[in-house]
Design a protein around this ligand. Structure first.
Ligand SMILES: [Zn+2]
Length: 424
């Protein structure tokens, strides 16, 4: 695997070349000092730089990635036996972080982005008709689909879109946007949801993603708000930035392998010299890949939104391995995040004392113990707290919980109720 570690000196060298990038058609780069071109001159994606930084910071990650590669190879060799489901619908939560009204994209625009993802991943995009005949047989319906969440991690109802105001004027690829304490918004349980953050991403970046195998607190995809369908980031405003980044999230590499005539770990994509920009003319032969040349219309290249319109079968196999036996994202295939929660019962339950220290009593309106209700406790980010125990008499032992606020989800097997309490 080819690795480019971004050192300070390399970053500064790249900074010097920014002004030349528009002429030379080189990718937008990450200046080390955060100074940035305000306009996106070329498609810029920091997914590989983020991966390199995570590999440098986390010695265990390389081993996890190699285990994922081994499982991916096993799946490619025997997809029928390892497949757990014919198609996967991934529950999605979209975190819109905005400082200005322009950055606060509408729910309709978010839905339009989900629609683009669904078309692109199902090969129902209308521009699939433009795929050159030489590549048409390789174009894939991936059987991966996306649905806005209807259920929060704690079981509440949601439309899957969070609009949150922030004081941050511009974000970088340092994951602050995924952290409420840094002005962003915490991830929902990444084993059950695809988290997409929509924000004013700076540094000339359109987006970045985290590959499978990384930390759940930073897992997901970040895109520039104006890259959504109908946004102002032309020629990158048809929603293909999200398609490209979700490709990374589902373990796809850049099609040129991030090296000169590099390897993208997919067998049916031609080896190509480097990234393509704009809208090349077919065929574009590099790295002796004639007569068909580069698959520059692939979503994992750097071409304009209007000029990328396919995943390959090999890429589809790589993505689907994640949902097969032993796959790194298999939890998404069984998540109930896109299923609406049950209607809350009319039965009135109360919790007391609140705040509680050791025991929390669950009582009905008749002040009798709610012994047929069971309770699960979650922290406010939606992670289940396993330290609690319910007793047959309708009390909840919270003595082992750290102090703080929690949500308890009560169910009698049919109905569900949510209530907050404080542990002190
Ligand atoms: Zn990328």
């Amino acid at each position: 695997m080819k690795k480019t570690f971004y050192s300070l000196s390399l970053g500064l060298a790249c900074l010097a070349s920014i002004s030349a990038s528009a002429q030379t058609g080189q990718r937008a780069i990450l200046p080390a000092n955060g100074q940035l071109p305000t306009k996106v001159a070329n498609r810029g994606c920091a997914a590989m730089e983020v991966l390199d930084a995570q590999l440098a910071a986390n010695p265990g990650l390389a081993q996890r990635l190699s285990a994922i590669e081994a499982q991916t190879a096993r799946y490619a060799a025997n997809p029928v036996a390892m497949r757990t489901t014919a198609a996967v619908t991934i529950p999605v939560v979209v975190h819109v972080l905005y400082r200005t009204s322009t950055e606060n994209v509408s729910d309709a625009q978010v839905q339009a982005q989900i629609d683009v993802l669904n078309q692109d991943f199902a090969k129902t995009n209308t521009d699939a008709s433009l795929i050159p005949a030489a590549f048409a047989g390789l174009a894939a319906n991936t059987n991966v689909q996306f649905a806005l969440a209807k259920r929060t991690p704690t079981g509440g109802a949601t439309n899957g879109i969070i609009h949150k105001v922030t004081k941050v004027t511009s974000w970088s690829s340092n994951d602050a946007v995924k952290n409420s304490k840094r002005g962003g918004d915490d991830a929902w349980d990444a084993t059950k949801y695809l988290n997409i953050w929509v924000c004013n991403l700076g540094q000339g970046l359109l987006g970045y993603a985290q590959f499978p195998g990384g930390s759940t607190t930073t897992d997901g995809v970040v895109v520039l708000y104006s890259s959504l369908p109908g946004g102002s980031a032309a020629p990158y405003n048809k929603g293909r930035t999200a398609t490209h980044e979700v490709g990374h999230y589902l373990n796809l590499r850049h099609i040129w392998g991030d090296a000169s005539c590099g390897n993208d770990l997919v067998s049916d994509t031609p080896t190509q010299q480097t990234s393509n920009y704009g809208c090349p003319t077919f065929p574009k032969v590099t790295c002796s890949n004639g007569p068909n040349g580069d698959m520059f219309m692939n979503y994992m290249d750097y071409t304009d939104d209007a000029c990328m319109y396919m995943f390959s079968n090999g890429q589809s196999s790589r993505m689907n391995a994640l949902f097969a036996t032993g796959g790194a994202r298999v939890g998404l295939a069984t998540s109930n995040g896109a299923t609406a929660p049950l209607t809350v019962a009319a039965t009135s339950l109360t919790l007391y004392p609140n705040p509680a220290t050791d025991q929390l009593n669950i009582r009905t309106a008749m002040d009798t113990p709610a012994s047929n209700w069971t309770a699960k406790v979650y922290d406010l980010r939606g992670f289940e707290m396993k330290q609690t125990r319910t007793s047959a008499s309708g009390t909840l032992d919270v003595s082992a919980l750290p102090t703080g606020f929690y949500q308890v989800v009560l169910t009698d097997g049919v109905n569900v109720q949510h209530q907050r309490f404080q542990k002190q």
